[in-house]
Design a protein around this ligand. Structure first.
Ligand code: ATP
Ligand code: MG
Length: 426
């Protein structure tokens, strides 16, 4: 495991590191955290974490000037973010230490040395650094044994109070465990159990837990992470209603499969995976429990509104589908069309197999693109006066087309005259 040379990196990342070196000089600047971890694993990362022992915002502005990139400063935390070409982000932080005056609350922060900054981090594999040189990284700075744990595939906290200081690290631990297929060291597992067994989870702000849940849903192994957190008893401690029956994990696994497929299906295009998974997690809950869990997790209001609307949409559609006897495509369309991509994904995930699944799947894969060829202009030419009847005619045409009753323009014209001829002005 070695750090690559700058010239072996993506050109945009290489330019960023060279600019960062120049901007900080003569003071040292370091690559740290997840960026160093992923470089050592040979993974391509687009999030570059850097630390300076001076003011990060000043250095960030200088980098921004070199690279002609916008800088977003966060004066409260003395950090700044730059968005660079090709999705690369540069996060710059001032080396700091943290003191947790109250368990599970946000810490007091003060400037510190790089080593202290490494010691305040979550896991040894995320607590390594390398100084930037002009064209390459300096030697690995690894005072806490991160490289050894990385080689052995182990997740280890840096001190016994780590999860008490910040219980959200339990979510991070489960995320890294599944992403890299690593294991917790025995003492880390014991500390997780102890932290969960205590009442610490109840003290964590809902919005912080919600942020962690959303990060989890971005992982390709999201269902596995959620199951793990559930097995560890973490979710039930967050809210009693999050003690899910095992069926939920199968549903989440199917949400994942549908999400994978969604790229090739225009009606499922650009879903927010987080919203699809959250629907899966909440679908089986009583509406009152949903409201209570949402109060606890405190998602942003917009997200709550969308989630609730999607849940209602899914429930209504699922109920109608369950009752439907006639499964022709013309009957499926009005059930699926009003739904958001995320809700459509959940509906597909709920329908495991059978004729209902086939009908919905056929609609989402093929039938959705079937539309009448006649336009408003054609209806005018046939003598229909523009008005609400147009909408009715097009709906009828589409249904008949969907069910294979009409094939040509001529079919459509004679269908319209036959069905709607009576409304023609005399
Ligand atoms: P990812 O690959 O998911 O981005 P990451 O390790 O880069 O993972 P970030 O959230 O980007 O995670 O954070 C960057 C670094 O900041 C981490 O590698 C870790 O060193 C430190 N860090 C982040 N969250 C915490 C936390 N809750 N407690 C301690 N250190 C943290
Ligand atoms: Mg990161």
């Amino acid at each position: 495991m070695e750090l690559p040379r700058f010239r072996d990196l993506h050109p945009s990342a290489r330019r960023a590191l060279e600019a960062a070196y120049k901007a900080a000089a003569p003071h040292p600047i370091y690559a740290v955290g997840g960026y160093v971890r992923d470089l050592l694993l040979g993974l391509r990362t687009v999030d570059i974490d850097l630390v300076v022992e001076g003011d990060a915002i000043t250095v960030a502005r200088r980098i921004g000037a070199y690279l002609n990139a916008a800088v977003t400063p966060h004066p409260r935390f003395r950090t700044a973010r730059l968005r660079l070409a090709e999705g690369i982000t540069l996060d710059l932080a001032t080396a700091r230490s943290e003191r947790y005056a109250k368990p599970a609350a946000l810490p007091d922060v003060r400037p510190a040395s790089l080593r202290e900054d490494l010691a305040r981090r979550d896991f040894s594999i995320n607590a390594m650094a390398a100084r930037l040189g002009r064209h390459r990284f300096g030697p690995l700075i690894d005072p806490l044994g991160g490289a050894d744990d990385l080689r052995r595939g182990r997740i280890r906290v840096l001190h016994d109070g780590s999860f008490i200081d910040d219980p959200t690290r339990i979510f991070r631990a489960a995320r890294f465990e599944a992403r890299y297929r690593f294991v917790f060291t025995r003492s880390t597992r014991r500390l997780i159990k102890a932290a969960v067994g205590g009442r610490i989870m109840t003290n964590v702000a809902g919005s912080r837990i919600f942020t962690e849940l959303l990060l989890i849903t971005k992982e390709s192994s999201a269902p596995r992470v959620i199951r793990r957190l559930s097995d560890l008893g973490v979710l039930a401690r967050v809210h009693a209603k999050l003690a899910w029956p095992p069926g939920v994990f199968g549903l989440l696994e199917r949400v994942r499969l549908v999400l994978d497929r969604s790229r090739s299906l225009p009606l499922l295009q650009s879903p927010a995976p987080g919203e699809a998974y959250l629907l899966g997690m909440f679908y089986g809950l009583h509406p009152k429990s949903v409201a209570s869990v949402i109060r606890r997790l405190d998602p942003p209001p917009q997200m709550t509104a969308k989630l609730v609307a999607n849940l209602v949409g899914c429930r209504v559609t699922a109920r109608r589908l369950a009752r439907a006897v006639d499964l022709r495509q013309s009957r499926i369309a009005p059930l699926v069309d009003p739904l958001s991509p995320e809700a459509r994904i959940l509906i597909l995930a709920i329908l495991v197999r059978g004729s209902r699944r086939e009908a919905v799947s056929e609609y989402l894969t093929n039938s959705w693109r079937i539309v009448p060829v006649l336009r408003g202009e054609d209806l005018r030419r046939l003598g229909f006066r523009p008005g609400p009847i147009y909408r009715e005619i097009f709906a009828a045409l589409r249904s008949a087309r969907l069910d294979g009753q009409l094939h040509t323009r001529r079919d459509e014209v004679s269908y319209v005259l036959r069905r709607f001829g009576a409304s023609l002005p005399h």
